[in-house]
Write a protein that binds this ligand. Structure first.
Ligand SMILES: Nc1ncnc2c1ncn2[C@@H]1O[C@H](COP(=O)(O)OP(=O)(O)OP(=O)(O)O)[C@@H](O)[C@H]1O
Ligand SMILES: [Mg+2]
Length: 329
């Protein structure tokens, strides 16, 4: 069935009224189809889980990921109202949902802004603040984790391609990487987004809007923090003009985030972030999903910096920034 036909069925199923003037595909990755719909002159966004991924394994049900994404966005929006797109409903029959399409002069994908060297304007601190609020709210009594028992999906989409695959390329680090993988799999402390990267964050003026929560699961909050900080560090390696500001952003992010850590001792969480972060740095070079923008020299530098830190991680993030400053100067 064509994307336009699926969009037509989705809006019917959601009870959205009006004429569908156009359907424009919007990038999107291997796991989903995403499109902008012009519905009676109003633009909205539709996202579907791709059924063809069902062939990867019998239990790999896309409907879970699409619903988990929708429920994550809904929960995030209930905690920080403008931190997720407004939602227009989820359709079980279509494995899809509709949401507000964010556009306009004040809307920029954070990744795009960094890669073109736009000045840093406190984005990291705001993202840390929003993420900390969402994590904290998911530890409150009465939180419904029903849609987020997805650790098997998280294993396939995150733990295996990043940590375990990287271990096969660095056998001397395999024991450490496997231990990190096992600890992540075992944890269910908070609602984890699973893909907090600048590619999935729109800045609406100064406010971050988080997208793409397909990997949402109950898990270790250290994963979301380390995943996002890793991108700031890789951009610091790649964009010399932003280097100092982005390394300073690591600290800003952590301080804003840590202010919300009420469910455990923040230092203990920081220690886990520090252990995971170098492993994720290495994974973005030698894992299954390497970043596309680093040169060969930059990749070597990331390996040289991260490997010793995987073996002997510090316990505070300031030390990781310091090691990067020493190596990048
Ligand atoms: N509600 C929205 N409003 C505006 N732009 C959006 C919206 N949702 C998604 N986008 C844009 O489309 C891109 C892809 O969306 P999303 O990340 O949800 O899809 P995906 O299929 O999981 O893609 P990928 O694998 O590339 O991350 C985003 O990076 C963003 O630029
Ligand atoms: Mg995305």
């Amino acid at each position: 069935m064509s994307l336009a036909a699926r969009c037509r069925r989705l809006i019917a199923d959601l009870g959205l009224t009006g004429d569908l003037y156009s359907v424009t595909p919007l990038g999107g990755g291997v796991a989903s189809d995403i499109a902008v719909l012009n519905l009676d002159g109003q633009r909205i966004c539709a996202k579907f889980a791709l059924p063809k991924l069902k062939v990867e394994a019998d239990w790999f049900a896309p409907v879970h990921r699409n619903r988990a994404e929708y429920e994550w966005l809904r929960f995030a929006g209930s905690v920080v109202p403008r931190a997720a797109p407004r939602l227009h409903g989820w359709s079980e029959a279509e494995n899809g949902f509709a949401m507000e399409f964010l556009e306009g002069e004040d809307v920029t994908l954070w990744k795009k802004a960094m890669l073109r060297g736009d000045p840093v304007r406190g984005e990291a601190g705001r993202v840390g603040d929003v993420l900390g609020r969402i994590h904290a709210a998911s530890t409150a009594p009465g939180f419904d984790a029903g849609a987020f028992r997805n650790r098997e999906d998280f294993h396939s989409l995150r733990i295996e391609p990043y940590l375990l695959y990287t271990a096969t390329h660095h056998p001397d680090l395999a024991e450490r990487l496997t231990a990190l993988a096992e600890a992540l799999f075992a944890s269910g402390a908070v609602l984890v987004h699973g893909d907090v990267t600048p590619k999935n964050i729109l800045m609406r003026g100064a406010e971050p809007v988080l997208l793409d929560a397909e990997c949402a699961t109950m898990g270790d909050p250290a994963f979301d923090v380390a995943f996002c900080l890793n991108h700031l560090i890789l951009k610091a390696v790649h964009v010399p003009g932003l280097r100092n500001d982005l390394l300073a952003s690591v600290d800003t992010f952590w301080r804003s985030y840590a202010a919300h850590v009420s469910w455990e001792v923040a230092d203990a969480l920081e220690t886990r972030v520090c252990a995971l972060l170098p492993a994720l740095m290495l994974a973005r070079v030698d894992g299954k999903s390497p970043v596309e923008y680093l040169s060969e020299d930059a990749r070597d530098l990331v390996r040289d910096v991260s490997r010793p830190l995987v073996i002997n991680p510090p316990t505070d993030l300031a030390r990781i920034s310091e090691v990067l400053r020493e190596n990048l100067s």
